[in-house]
Ligand binder design. Sequence first.
Ligand SMILES: Nc1ncnc2c1ncn2[C@@H]1O[C@H](COP(=O)(O)OP(=O)(O)O)[C@@H](O)[C@H]1O
Ligand SMILES: [Mg+2]
Length: 510
Amino acid sequence: MKMLAHVFSSAVIGLEGVVIDIEVDLGHGEPKTFIVGLPDQAVKESQQRVYSAIKNSNLSNPRRSITVNLAPASVRKEGPFFDLPIAIAILAANGQIPQPGLQGAMVIGELSLDGSVRHVRGILAMAATARQEGFERIFVPAVDAPEAALIPDIEVFPVESLEKLFLHLTGQELIAQALPEENPTAKAPAFDQVDFSEVKGQEHVKRALEVAAAGGHNVLMAGSPGAGKTLLARAITSILPNPSLDEALEITRIYSICDMLPSATPLIQTRPFRAPHHTISHAGLVGGGNVPHPGEISLAHRGVLFLDELPEFGQRILEVLRQPIEDKVVTIARASGSLTFPANFMLISAMNPCPCGYYGDTMKQCTCTSGAILTYQKRISGPLLDRIDIHVHVPRVEYQKLSSRGPAESSAAIRSRVEAARQIQLQRFEGGRLLNNAEMTPVEIRQYCHLDAACEALMQTAMRQMQLTARGYHRVIKLARTIADLAGEKEISQVHLAEALQYRAKEFDF
Ligand SMILES: Nc1ncnc2c1ncn2[C@@H]1O[C@H](COP(=O)(O)OP(=O)(O)O)[C@@H](O)[C@H]1O
Ligand SMILES: [Mg+2]
Protein backbone atom coordinates (compact mmCIF):
# COMPACT_ATOMS: atom_id res chain seq x y z
CA MET A 1 0.00 0.00 0.00
CA LYS A 2 1.25 3.48 -0.94
CA MET A 3 1.66 5.71 2.08
CA LEU A 4 1.73 9.03 0.30
CA ALA A 5 -0.27 12.25 0.79
CA HIS A 6 -0.41 15.78 -0.65
CA VAL A 7 -1.53 18.86 1.19
CA PHE A 8 -1.44 22.35 -0.30
CA SER A 9 -0.28 25.38 1.60
CA SER A 10 1.05 28.84 0.76
CA ALA A 11 4.11 31.03 1.26
CA VAL A 12 4.56 34.74 0.65
CA ILE A 13 7.11 36.24 -1.73
CA GLY A 14 7.16 40.01 -1.63
CA LEU A 15 3.47 40.83 -1.49
CA GLU A 16 2.22 37.76 -3.35
CA GLY A 17 1.16 34.37 -2.07
CA VAL A 18 2.47 31.28 -3.88
CA VAL A 19 1.07 27.78 -3.66
CA ILE A 20 3.28 25.24 -1.91
CA ASP A 21 2.70 21.54 -2.49
CA ILE A 22 3.58 19.47 0.57
CA GLU A 23 4.13 15.81 -0.14
CA VAL A 24 4.64 13.25 2.61
CA ASP A 25 5.91 9.74 2.03
CA LEU A 26 6.07 7.14 4.81
CA GLY A 27 8.79 4.51 4.46
CA HIS A 28 9.93 1.40 6.26
CA GLY A 29 13.03 2.85 7.92
CA GLU A 30 13.38 3.82 11.54
CA PRO A 31 10.97 6.57 12.75
CA LYS A 32 12.82 9.65 11.59
CA THR A 33 11.74 12.74 9.65
CA PHE A 34 13.45 14.27 6.61
CA ILE A 35 12.30 17.55 5.15
CA VAL A 36 13.49 18.35 1.63
CA GLY A 37 12.85 21.26 -0.70
CA LEU A 38 15.36 23.88 0.37
CA PRO A 39 13.79 24.61 3.73
CA ASP A 40 15.60 27.03 5.98
CA GLN A 41 16.38 26.52 9.64
CA ALA A 42 12.84 27.40 10.71
CA VAL A 43 11.32 24.66 8.59
CA LYS A 44 13.75 22.12 10.03
CA GLU A 45 12.73 23.14 13.52
CA SER A 46 9.13 22.44 12.61
CA GLN A 47 9.92 18.68 12.64
CA GLN A 48 10.08 18.79 16.40
CA ARG A 49 6.97 20.91 16.75
CA VAL A 50 4.99 18.67 14.40
CA TYR A 51 6.04 15.55 16.30
CA SER A 52 5.11 17.03 19.69
CA ALA A 53 1.87 18.56 18.44
CA ILE A 54 0.68 15.23 17.03
CA LYS A 55 1.62 13.46 20.26
CA ASN A 56 -0.12 16.07 22.42
CA SER A 57 -3.32 16.02 20.35
CA ASN A 58 -4.31 12.48 21.34
CA LEU A 59 -3.01 11.28 17.98
CA SER A 60 -0.17 8.93 17.17
CA ASN A 61 2.96 9.62 15.16
CA PRO A 62 3.56 6.94 12.53
CA ARG A 63 6.31 4.49 13.52
CA ARG A 64 7.97 4.85 10.15
CA SER A 65 10.47 7.05 8.38
CA ILE A 66 8.79 10.26 7.19
CA THR A 67 9.93 12.19 4.11
CA VAL A 68 8.44 15.64 3.62
CA ASN A 69 8.93 17.41 0.32
CA LEU A 70 8.04 21.08 -0.10
CA ALA A 71 7.62 22.10 -3.73
CA PRO A 72 8.48 24.18 -5.66
CA ALA A 73 12.01 23.85 -4.34
CA SER A 74 13.02 27.21 -5.78
CA VAL A 75 10.73 29.17 -3.47
CA ARG A 76 12.52 30.37 -0.41
CA LYS A 77 10.33 29.22 2.45
CA GLU A 78 10.77 31.28 5.53
CA GLY A 79 8.92 31.14 8.78
CA PRO A 80 7.44 28.10 10.47
CA PHE A 81 4.02 28.31 8.87
CA PHE A 82 4.07 24.87 7.30
CA ASP A 83 3.68 22.97 10.59
CA LEU A 84 -0.04 22.43 10.34
CA PRO A 85 -0.13 21.28 6.69
CA ILE A 86 2.87 18.99 7.33
CA ALA A 87 1.12 17.42 10.35
CA ILE A 88 -2.08 16.94 8.35
CA ALA A 89 -0.15 15.41 5.44
CA ILE A 90 1.60 12.97 7.82
CA LEU A 91 -1.71 11.90 9.35
CA ALA A 92 -3.25 11.54 5.87
CA ALA A 93 -0.34 9.46 4.59
CA ASN A 94 -0.74 7.24 7.62
CA GLY A 95 -4.41 6.70 6.86
CA GLN A 96 -5.64 8.56 9.94
CA ILE A 97 -7.34 11.27 7.85
CA PRO A 98 -9.31 10.46 4.68
CA GLN A 99 -7.57 12.11 1.72
CA PRO A 100 -10.63 13.09 -0.37
CA GLY A 101 -11.53 15.72 2.25
CA LEU A 102 -8.28 17.50 1.48
CA GLN A 103 -9.02 17.99 -2.19
CA GLY A 104 -9.48 21.63 -3.16
CA ALA A 105 -8.26 22.69 0.27
CA MET A 106 -5.35 24.82 1.38
CA VAL A 107 -4.01 24.46 4.93
CA ILE A 108 -2.08 27.25 6.64
CA GLY A 109 -0.83 27.44 10.21
CA GLU A 110 1.99 27.23 12.66
CA LEU A 111 1.80 24.79 15.59
CA SER A 112 2.64 25.09 19.26
CA LEU A 113 4.05 22.02 21.00
CA ASP A 114 0.65 21.44 22.62
CA GLY A 115 -1.06 21.31 19.23
CA SER A 116 -2.72 24.72 19.23
CA VAL A 117 -2.52 26.72 16.00
CA ARG A 118 -0.74 30.05 16.05
CA HIS A 119 -1.12 33.25 14.03
CA VAL A 120 0.80 33.63 10.77
CA ARG A 121 1.48 36.82 8.85
CA GLY A 122 0.35 37.48 5.28
CA ILE A 123 -2.98 35.60 5.43
CA LEU A 124 -4.77 38.08 3.15
CA ALA A 125 -2.26 37.59 0.33
CA MET A 126 -2.33 33.81 0.74
CA ALA A 127 -6.14 33.63 0.78
CA ALA A 128 -6.24 35.77 -2.38
CA THR A 129 -3.83 33.37 -4.07
CA ALA A 130 -5.87 30.36 -2.94
CA ARG A 131 -8.97 31.78 -4.59
CA GLN A 132 -7.10 32.74 -7.76
CA GLU A 133 -5.69 29.25 -8.05
CA GLY A 134 -9.14 27.73 -7.74
CA PHE A 135 -9.06 26.34 -4.20
CA GLU A 136 -12.51 25.93 -2.65
CA ARG A 137 -11.57 25.91 1.01
CA ILE A 138 -8.87 27.33 3.19
CA PHE A 139 -8.01 26.27 6.73
CA VAL A 140 -6.31 29.09 8.64
CA PRO A 141 -5.37 29.90 12.25
CA ALA A 142 -8.57 30.91 14.05
CA VAL A 143 -7.15 34.35 14.96
CA ASP A 144 -6.49 35.07 11.28
CA ALA A 145 -9.85 33.87 9.97
CA PRO A 146 -11.57 37.30 9.85
CA GLU A 147 -8.71 38.53 7.65
CA ALA A 148 -8.97 35.56 5.27
CA ALA A 149 -12.76 35.99 5.15
CA LEU A 150 -12.27 39.39 3.44
CA ILE A 151 -11.62 37.40 0.27
CA PRO A 152 -14.94 36.46 -1.33
CA ASP A 153 -15.83 33.15 -3.00
CA ILE A 154 -13.70 30.87 -0.87
CA GLU A 155 -14.76 28.98 2.25
CA VAL A 156 -12.69 29.93 5.29
CA PHE A 157 -12.41 27.58 8.25
CA PRO A 158 -10.90 28.89 11.49
CA VAL A 159 -8.64 26.29 13.10
CA GLU A 160 -7.88 26.48 16.82
CA SER A 161 -5.83 23.31 17.14
CA LEU A 162 -4.51 20.31 15.26
CA GLU A 163 -6.97 18.12 17.14
CA LYS A 164 -9.95 20.28 16.08
CA LEU A 165 -8.88 20.12 12.44
CA PHE A 166 -8.42 16.35 12.75
CA LEU A 167 -11.95 16.00 14.14
CA HIS A 168 -13.29 18.14 11.28
CA LEU A 169 -11.50 16.25 8.53
CA THR A 170 -12.59 12.90 9.95
CA GLY A 171 -16.18 14.13 10.14
CA GLN A 172 -16.44 13.78 13.92
CA GLU A 173 -16.91 17.43 14.82
CA LEU A 174 -17.30 20.04 12.08
CA ILE A 175 -15.77 23.51 12.28
CA ALA A 176 -18.15 26.36 11.46
CA GLN A 177 -17.17 28.43 8.47
CA ALA A 178 -15.95 32.00 9.12
CA LEU A 179 -18.28 34.48 7.45
CA PRO A 180 -17.16 37.85 6.10
CA GLU A 181 -17.98 40.89 8.17
CA GLU A 182 -20.92 42.69 6.67
CA ASN A 183 -20.07 45.90 4.90
CA PRO A 184 -16.64 46.24 6.49
CA THR A 185 -16.00 49.82 5.35
CA ALA A 186 -19.15 51.23 6.91
CA LYS A 187 -17.45 51.56 10.29
CA ALA A 188 -16.61 55.08 11.37
CA PRO A 189 -12.87 55.58 11.39
CA ALA A 190 -11.28 56.39 14.70
CA PHE A 191 -9.66 59.78 14.30
CA ASP A 192 -7.14 60.18 17.05
CA GLN A 193 -5.14 62.70 15.05
CA VAL A 194 -5.11 66.49 15.37
CA ASP A 195 -8.29 68.24 14.24
CA PHE A 196 -7.90 71.32 12.03
CA SER A 197 -10.05 73.31 14.44
CA GLU A 198 -7.20 73.07 16.96
CA VAL A 199 -4.86 74.91 14.61
CA LYS A 200 -5.24 78.68 14.90
CA GLY A 201 -4.71 81.01 11.97
CA GLN A 202 -2.56 79.65 9.10
CA GLU A 203 -5.56 79.93 6.78
CA HIS A 204 -3.46 79.85 3.63
CA VAL A 205 -1.59 76.74 4.82
CA LYS A 206 -4.88 75.02 5.56
CA ARG A 207 -6.10 75.93 2.09
CA ALA A 208 -2.92 74.45 0.59
CA LEU A 209 -3.38 71.23 2.56
CA GLU A 210 -7.02 71.04 1.50
CA VAL A 211 -5.98 71.30 -2.16
CA ALA A 212 -3.29 68.67 -1.59
CA ALA A 213 -5.76 66.30 0.07
CA ALA A 214 -8.33 66.86 -2.67
CA GLY A 215 -6.01 65.72 -5.46
CA GLY A 216 -3.31 63.68 -3.72
CA HIS A 217 -0.54 66.23 -4.27
CA ASN A 218 2.83 66.47 -2.52
CA VAL A 219 3.55 69.30 -0.08
CA LEU A 220 6.59 71.02 1.42
CA MET A 221 5.97 73.38 4.34
CA ALA A 222 8.76 75.74 5.33
CA GLY A 223 8.86 78.13 8.24
CA SER A 224 10.55 78.93 11.51
CA PRO A 225 10.51 76.58 14.52
CA GLY A 226 7.25 76.56 16.45
CA ALA A 227 5.24 77.89 13.52
CA GLY A 228 3.02 74.81 13.61
CA LYS A 229 4.37 72.75 10.69
CA THR A 230 4.42 69.44 12.54
CA LEU A 231 1.01 70.16 14.03
CA LEU A 232 -0.48 70.86 10.60
CA ALA A 233 1.07 67.75 9.07
CA ARG A 234 -0.37 65.60 11.83
CA ALA A 235 -3.82 66.94 11.01
CA ILE A 236 -3.73 65.96 7.35
CA THR A 237 -5.24 62.47 7.53
CA SER A 238 -8.28 63.94 9.26
CA ILE A 239 -9.31 65.61 5.99
CA LEU A 240 -8.58 62.70 3.67
CA PRO A 241 -11.52 60.64 2.41
CA ASN A 242 -11.84 57.14 3.84
CA PRO A 243 -10.23 54.45 1.71
CA SER A 244 -12.50 52.44 -0.56
CA LEU A 245 -12.77 48.70 0.06
CA ASP A 246 -10.19 47.99 -2.67
CA GLU A 247 -7.79 50.52 -1.18
CA ALA A 248 -8.37 49.10 2.31
CA LEU A 249 -7.49 45.63 1.00
CA GLU A 250 -4.30 46.95 -0.61
CA ILE A 251 -3.26 48.63 2.66
CA THR A 252 -4.18 45.58 4.74
CA ARG A 253 -2.20 43.19 2.53
CA ILE A 254 0.99 45.19 3.16
CA TYR A 255 0.45 45.43 6.93
CA SER A 256 -0.47 41.75 7.11
CA ILE A 257 2.76 40.72 5.39
CA CYS A 258 4.81 42.99 7.66
CA ASP A 259 2.95 41.46 10.61
CA MET A 260 1.81 44.94 11.62
CA LEU A 261 -1.92 44.35 11.52
CA PRO A 262 -3.32 45.40 14.90
CA SER A 263 -5.05 42.45 16.58
CA ALA A 264 -8.81 42.40 16.13
CA THR A 265 -8.39 44.57 13.00
CA PRO A 266 -8.83 42.26 10.03
CA LEU A 267 -9.18 45.20 7.66
CA ILE A 268 -7.42 48.57 7.93
CA GLN A 269 -10.04 51.18 7.16
CA THR A 270 -8.08 54.36 7.71
CA ARG A 271 -5.34 55.88 5.63
CA PRO A 272 -1.88 55.25 7.00
CA PHE A 273 0.24 58.11 8.32
CA ARG A 274 3.92 57.22 8.48
CA ALA A 275 6.46 59.60 9.96
CA PRO A 276 9.89 57.95 9.84
CA HIS A 277 12.76 59.64 11.68
CA HIS A 278 15.54 61.14 9.57
CA THR A 279 18.03 58.55 10.84
CA ILE A 280 16.12 55.82 8.96
CA SER A 281 18.12 53.43 6.76
CA HIS A 282 17.76 53.10 3.03
CA ALA A 283 16.09 49.66 3.38
CA GLY A 284 13.85 50.96 6.16
CA LEU A 285 12.57 53.75 3.94
CA VAL A 286 12.14 52.12 0.55
CA GLY A 287 12.21 48.43 1.47
CA GLY A 288 14.76 45.69 1.01
CA GLY A 289 16.79 43.37 3.17
CA ASN A 290 17.82 39.75 2.82
CA VAL A 291 14.26 38.57 2.51
CA PRO A 292 12.90 41.78 0.94
CA HIS A 293 10.29 43.48 3.07
CA PRO A 294 8.29 46.64 2.33
CA GLY A 295 9.68 49.93 3.67
CA GLU A 296 8.01 53.06 5.07
CA ILE A 297 7.01 54.28 1.61
CA SER A 298 4.96 51.10 1.12
CA LEU A 299 3.55 51.26 4.64
CA ALA A 300 2.37 54.75 3.60
CA HIS A 301 0.65 53.34 0.48
CA ARG A 302 -2.74 55.05 -0.08
CA GLY A 303 -1.93 57.36 2.81
CA VAL A 304 0.64 59.91 3.91
CA LEU A 305 4.42 59.78 4.19
CA PHE A 306 5.47 62.62 6.47
CA LEU A 307 9.12 63.63 6.37
CA ASP A 308 9.68 66.20 9.10
CA GLU A 309 12.90 68.24 9.00
CA LEU A 310 13.39 67.20 5.37
CA PRO A 311 17.03 68.36 4.88
CA GLU A 312 18.13 66.22 7.84
CA PHE A 313 17.37 63.05 5.88
CA GLY A 314 20.43 63.70 3.73
CA GLN A 315 20.71 63.86 0.00
CA ARG A 316 21.37 60.18 -0.66
CA ILE A 317 18.21 58.95 1.01
CA LEU A 318 16.07 61.71 -0.49
CA GLU A 319 17.24 60.87 -3.99
CA VAL A 320 15.93 57.30 -3.73
CA LEU A 321 12.45 58.79 -3.25
CA ARG A 322 12.41 60.27 -6.74
CA GLN A 323 11.59 57.07 -8.60
CA PRO A 324 8.74 55.91 -6.30
CA ILE A 325 7.25 59.43 -6.22
CA GLU A 326 7.06 59.31 -9.99
CA ASP A 327 6.08 55.66 -10.50
CA LYS A 328 3.97 55.08 -7.35
CA VAL A 329 5.73 51.72 -6.91
CA VAL A 330 9.20 50.77 -5.77
CA THR A 331 11.30 48.09 -7.40
CA ILE A 332 13.79 46.18 -5.32
CA ALA A 333 16.52 44.27 -7.11
CA ARG A 334 17.65 40.96 -5.68
CA ALA A 335 19.79 38.07 -6.85
CA SER A 336 16.76 36.02 -7.86
CA GLY A 337 14.99 38.74 -9.83
CA SER A 338 13.35 41.99 -8.78
CA LEU A 339 10.33 42.60 -6.59
CA THR A 340 7.83 45.43 -6.81
CA PHE A 341 5.99 46.91 -3.87
CA PRO A 342 3.20 49.50 -4.14
CA ALA A 343 4.16 52.97 -2.89
CA ASN A 344 1.39 55.33 -3.87
CA PHE A 345 1.61 57.88 -1.07
CA MET A 346 1.15 61.60 -0.59
CA LEU A 347 4.42 63.19 0.49
CA ILE A 348 4.00 65.79 3.21
CA SER A 349 7.28 67.35 4.25
CA ALA A 350 8.41 70.16 6.50
CA MET A 351 11.62 72.11 7.01
CA ASN A 352 13.15 75.12 8.61
CA PRO A 353 14.41 77.65 6.07
CA CYS A 354 17.98 77.62 7.44
CA PRO A 355 20.14 75.89 10.08
CA CYS A 356 19.15 78.29 12.89
CA GLY A 357 15.56 78.23 11.68
CA TYR A 358 14.84 81.95 11.62
CA TYR A 359 15.72 83.05 8.09
CA GLY A 360 12.81 85.22 6.94
CA ASP A 361 11.23 85.33 10.41
CA THR A 362 9.51 88.60 11.25
CA MET A 363 10.44 88.58 14.93
CA LYS A 364 13.73 86.85 15.38
CA GLN A 365 17.04 87.56 13.66
CA CYS A 366 18.61 84.77 11.60
CA THR A 367 22.19 84.07 12.65
CA CYS A 368 23.24 82.00 9.64
CA THR A 369 25.70 83.15 6.98
CA SER A 370 24.31 83.25 3.46
CA GLY A 371 26.69 80.42 2.56
CA ALA A 372 25.30 78.25 5.36
CA ILE A 373 21.73 78.95 4.25
CA LEU A 374 22.54 78.00 0.68
CA THR A 375 24.29 74.76 1.68
CA TYR A 376 21.33 73.84 3.86
CA GLN A 377 18.78 74.43 1.13
CA LYS A 378 20.91 72.64 -1.47
CA ARG A 379 20.49 69.42 0.53
CA ILE A 380 17.18 69.05 -1.25
CA SER A 381 17.88 68.65 -4.93
CA GLY A 382 16.08 70.47 -7.73
CA PRO A 383 14.62 67.24 -9.17
CA LEU A 384 13.07 66.36 -5.79
CA LEU A 385 11.68 69.89 -5.32
CA ASP A 386 10.28 69.70 -8.83
CA ARG A 387 8.17 66.70 -7.76
CA ILE A 388 6.57 68.61 -4.90
CA ASP A 389 3.53 70.43 -6.26
CA ILE A 390 2.76 72.60 -3.28
CA HIS A 391 5.35 74.74 -1.55
CA VAL A 392 3.92 76.74 1.27
CA HIS A 393 5.42 79.15 3.76
CA VAL A 394 4.27 78.67 7.34
CA PRO A 395 4.77 81.97 9.17
CA ARG A 396 4.74 82.32 12.90
CA VAL A 397 1.22 82.89 14.22
CA GLU A 398 0.65 86.17 16.02
CA TYR A 399 -0.18 86.03 19.67
CA GLN A 400 -3.71 87.43 19.18
CA LYS A 401 -4.60 84.65 16.77
CA LEU A 402 -3.05 81.95 18.90
CA SER A 403 -4.95 83.08 21.99
CA SER A 404 -8.23 83.70 20.20
CA ARG A 405 -11.08 81.47 21.22
CA GLY A 406 -12.98 81.87 17.97
CA PRO A 407 -13.74 78.50 16.46
CA ALA A 408 -11.71 77.47 13.44
CA GLU A 409 -13.22 75.23 10.82
CA SER A 410 -13.33 71.55 11.78
CA SER A 411 -11.64 68.73 9.89
CA ALA A 412 -15.05 67.21 9.16
CA ALA A 413 -16.16 70.35 7.29
CA ILE A 414 -12.97 70.44 5.24
CA ARG A 415 -13.17 66.72 4.58
CA SER A 416 -16.62 67.04 3.08
CA ARG A 417 -15.26 69.45 0.44
CA VAL A 418 -12.30 67.14 -0.20
CA GLU A 419 -14.67 64.21 -0.62
CA ALA A 420 -16.80 66.12 -3.10
CA ALA A 421 -13.72 66.92 -5.18
CA ARG A 422 -12.58 63.28 -5.03
CA GLN A 423 -16.02 62.17 -6.17
CA ILE A 424 -15.62 64.28 -9.30
CA GLN A 425 -12.25 62.62 -9.92
CA LEU A 426 -13.64 59.11 -9.43
CA GLN A 427 -16.32 59.85 -12.01
CA ARG A 428 -13.74 61.34 -14.37
CA PHE A 429 -11.54 58.24 -14.26
CA GLU A 430 -14.42 55.81 -13.98
CA GLY A 431 -13.42 52.26 -14.79
CA GLY A 432 -9.78 53.27 -15.12
CA ARG A 433 -6.95 52.61 -12.76
CA LEU A 434 -6.61 56.23 -11.60
CA LEU A 435 -8.10 57.43 -8.33
CA ASN A 436 -6.99 61.06 -8.20
CA ASN A 437 -5.63 63.94 -10.27
CA ALA A 438 -2.07 63.52 -9.03
CA GLU A 439 -1.95 60.13 -10.76
CA MET A 440 -2.69 61.57 -14.22
CA THR A 441 -0.10 61.02 -16.95
CA PRO A 442 0.31 63.38 -19.94
CA VAL A 443 -2.33 61.28 -21.76
CA GLU A 444 -5.02 62.02 -19.18
CA ILE A 445 -3.83 65.60 -18.84
CA ARG A 446 -4.50 66.14 -22.55
CA GLN A 447 -7.88 64.50 -22.18
CA TYR A 448 -9.18 66.17 -19.03
CA CYS A 449 -7.28 69.46 -18.61
CA HIS A 450 -8.21 71.76 -21.42
CA LEU A 451 -6.64 75.23 -21.20
CA ASP A 452 -8.40 78.16 -22.87
CA ALA A 453 -6.53 80.99 -24.59
CA ALA A 454 -6.21 83.07 -21.42
CA CYS A 455 -4.81 80.07 -19.52
CA GLU A 456 -2.40 79.29 -22.37
CA ALA A 457 -1.09 82.84 -22.25
CA LEU A 458 -0.65 82.70 -18.48
CA MET A 459 1.12 79.37 -18.77
CA GLN A 460 3.50 80.70 -21.41
CA THR A 461 4.55 83.64 -19.30
CA ALA A 462 4.95 81.40 -16.26
CA MET A 463 7.09 78.91 -18.11
CA ARG A 464 9.43 81.66 -19.15
CA GLN A 465 9.57 83.50 -15.85
CA MET A 466 9.61 80.52 -13.51
CA GLN A 467 11.68 78.34 -15.80
CA LEU A 468 9.29 75.46 -15.41
CA THR A 469 10.49 72.05 -16.54
CA ALA A 470 8.22 69.83 -18.64
CA ARG A 471 7.45 67.90 -15.47
CA GLY A 472 6.73 71.14 -13.63
CA TYR A 473 4.40 72.20 -16.43
CA HIS A 474 2.36 69.02 -16.15
CA ARG A 475 2.30 69.16 -12.39
CA VAL A 476 0.95 72.73 -12.39
CA ILE A 477 -1.88 71.71 -14.71
CA LYS A 478 -2.81 68.72 -12.56
CA LEU A 479 -2.89 70.96 -9.51
CA ALA A 480 -5.06 73.49 -11.34
CA ARG A 481 -7.43 70.62 -12.22
CA THR A 482 -7.78 69.81 -8.52
CA ILE A 483 -8.40 73.45 -7.63
CA ALA A 484 -11.10 73.62 -10.30
CA ASP A 485 -12.63 70.37 -8.94
CA LEU A 486 -12.74 71.86 -5.45
CA ALA A 487 -14.60 74.82 -6.93
CA GLY A 488 -16.96 72.45 -8.73
CA GLU A 489 -15.92 73.88 -12.13
CA LYS A 490 -15.87 71.79 -15.30
CA GLU A 491 -13.10 73.74 -16.97
CA ILE A 492 -9.83 75.07 -15.59
CA SER A 493 -9.84 78.87 -15.59
CA GLN A 494 -7.16 81.48 -15.02
CA VAL A 495 -7.96 81.78 -11.31
CA HIS A 496 -7.33 78.09 -10.75
CA LEU A 497 -4.14 78.15 -12.76
CA ALA A 498 -2.88 81.24 -10.95
CA GLU A 499 -3.38 79.59 -7.57
CA ALA A 500 -1.60 76.46 -8.77
CA LEU A 501 1.34 78.49 -10.06
CA GLN A 502 1.61 80.31 -6.80
CA TYR A 503 2.28 76.99 -5.03
CA ARG A 504 5.16 76.19 -7.35
CA ALA A 505 8.68 76.34 -5.89
CA LYS A 506 10.40 79.48 -6.99
CA GLU A 507 13.65 80.12 -5.21
CA PHE A 508 13.67 79.67 -1.49
CA ASP A 509 12.19 83.09 -1.08
CA PHE A 510 10.56 83.12 2.30
N1 LIG B 1 -1.31 77.71 14.58
C1 LIG B 1 -1.24 77.11 15.75
N2 LIG B 1 -2.36 76.88 16.48
C2 LIG B 1 -2.30 76.27 17.66
N3 LIG B 1 -1.16 75.86 18.25
C3 LIG B 1 -0.01 76.07 17.58
C4 LIG B 1 0.00 76.69 16.30
N4 LIG B 1 1.28 76.75 15.88
C5 LIG B 1 2.03 76.18 16.83
N5 LIG B 1 1.27 75.77 17.86
C6 LIG B 1 1.75 75.14 19.10
O1 LIG B 1 3.14 75.15 19.07
C7 LIG B 1 3.65 73.82 19.16
C8 LIG B 1 4.84 73.65 18.25
O2 LIG B 1 4.40 73.60 16.92
P1 LIG B 1 5.08 72.64 15.88
O3 LIG B 1 4.03 72.16 14.95
O4 LIG B 1 5.90 71.62 16.54
O5 LIG B 1 6.01 73.68 15.12
P2 LIG B 1 7.10 73.41 14.00
O6 LIG B 1 6.96 72.01 13.56
O7 LIG B 1 6.78 74.40 12.92
O8 LIG B 1 8.41 73.70 14.62
C9 LIG B 1 2.51 72.93 18.80
O9 LIG B 1 2.56 71.71 19.46
C10 LIG B 1 1.31 73.72 19.24
O10 LIG B 1 1.04 73.47 20.59
MG1 LIG C 1 8.39 70.53 13.71
